[in-house]
Design a protein around this ligand. Structure first.
Ligand SMILES: [Zn+2]
Length: 262
C-alpha cells in the first residue's frame, strides 16, 4: 500500500526517528524483500542522523551505510521503478539531504568544518558562518517533434546495460534561460534546430541533485548529426513505431505519452 511522505522543511533535533531509510552506494539497504524501512532497531537507533520528514505519519531518518550485505540491497533505480509515490519522494529527499551533508562537511571559503543548521537544510561553517544549501541543478529534457514523428536518441552510457531510446537532455548553463538551454542542447547533441520550446512539467531526479524541466519543441531545420561523445544512435520515429523507450516513471516517458495523447 502506498504511504504518504511529508518532508520537513529543515532540521528539528527534538524529533526522534521511528523509521530509518538506510542507503548504501546506489542502493537501498532494507530489512525484508518489499519492506523498505527499518523500524525501531538497535542497529540504527544509535545513529544521530536527523529526521527528514514523516512517512506514514512517523518521523523518518535517513542514514548512509558503507558496507551493505548484497542480499538485502536493491538498486535505487529499481526502487524508483516501483512508482510508489511516497517511497519515491522519501528516497529523493533523503538522497539529496545526504549528498548535501557529504559535500558540505567543510567550508569552501575558510576550510573549517560545517554543521547542520536547525530549522533549515543548510550546512553552516562553524567559523565564518557561511551557509551552504542543498544544491539543485536545473536540467532541460525535451521531446522534439516533426509532424507525427519524434526525435529519440540513445546514449553511449546506456547501450550496454539498458539500450533504450530517449529524449534529449542536458544541464542549463549559467546565464541561460531554460528555453535557451533547450535550443542549445538539441543543436549540440543532434545538429537539429528547434523552435517554440513549450514547458510541460518537471521532475526531481536525485542523481545526484537534478531538477528536470520537461519540454516539447518543434523541429525547425537541419539533418541529424549526433555528438558521438554522448550519443551512439538517434533518429525520427513514427508514434506507432517507437523503439524501446524508458519506463513510465521517467519524465522522458511522460513527455512521450503527453505528445501521443495530444
Ligand atoms: Zn567558513
Amino acid at each position: 500500500m502506498t504511504q504518504m511522505y511529508k518532508p520537513l522543511m529543515g532540521r528539528n533535533p527534538d524529533l526522534q526517528p521511528e523509521l530509518w531509510l538506510v542507503v548504501g552506494k546506489g542502493c537501498v539497504f532494507h530489512p525484508e524483500p518489499d519492506q523498505w524501512l527499518w523500524r525501531d532497531n538497535q542497529r540504527f537507533s544509535e545513529c544521530h542522523d536527523a529526521v527528514i520528514g514523516h512517512y506514514d505519519g512517523k518521523p523518518v531518518a535517513v542514514t548512509f551505510q558503507k558496507d551493505v550485505p548484497e542480499a538485502d540491497q536493491t538498486p535505487v533505480r529499481s526502487v524508483l521503478a516501483l512508482q510508489d509515490e511516497g517511497l519515491t519522494l522519501l528516497l529523493s529527499h533523503g538522497l539529496q539531504i545526504l549528498t548535501a551533508e557529504r559535500d558540505h562537511r567543510y567550508c569552501g571559503r575558510c576550510g573549517s568544518s560545517c554543521e547542520g543548521k536547525t530549522g533549515e537544510w543548510a550546512m553552516v561553517c562553524s567559523r565564518c558562518r557561511a551557509h551552504y544549501y542543498p544544491r539543485i541543478s536545473p536540467c532541460i529534457i525535451v521531446l522534439v517533434h516533426r509532424e507525427t514523428e519524434v526525435l529519440l536518441v540513445m546514449h553511449n552510457r546506456h547501450v550496454r546495460e539498458n539500450p533504450v531510446f530517449t529524449t534529449v537532455a542536458g544541464f542549463i548553463e549559467p546565464g541561460e534561460s531554460a528555453e535557451e538551454g533547450v535550443i542549445r542542447e538539441v543543436l549540440e547533441e543532434t545538429g537539429i534546430k528547434v523552435k517554440n520550446p513549450e514547458y510541460c512539467f518537471s521532475q526531481n531526479w536525485p542523481f545526484p541533485h537534478s531538477l528536470m524541466l520537461g519540454f516539447h519543441a518543434e523541429y525547425e531545420s537541419g539533418e541529424i548529426q549526433l555528438d558521438s561523445k554522448e550519443l551512439c544512435e538517434g533518429d525520427w520515429f513514427e508514434l506507432d513505431k517507437l523503439p524501446p523507450i524508458p519506463p513510465g516513471f521517467t519524465i522522458a516517458r511522460k513527455l512521450i505519452n503527453k505528445f501521443i495523447q495530444s
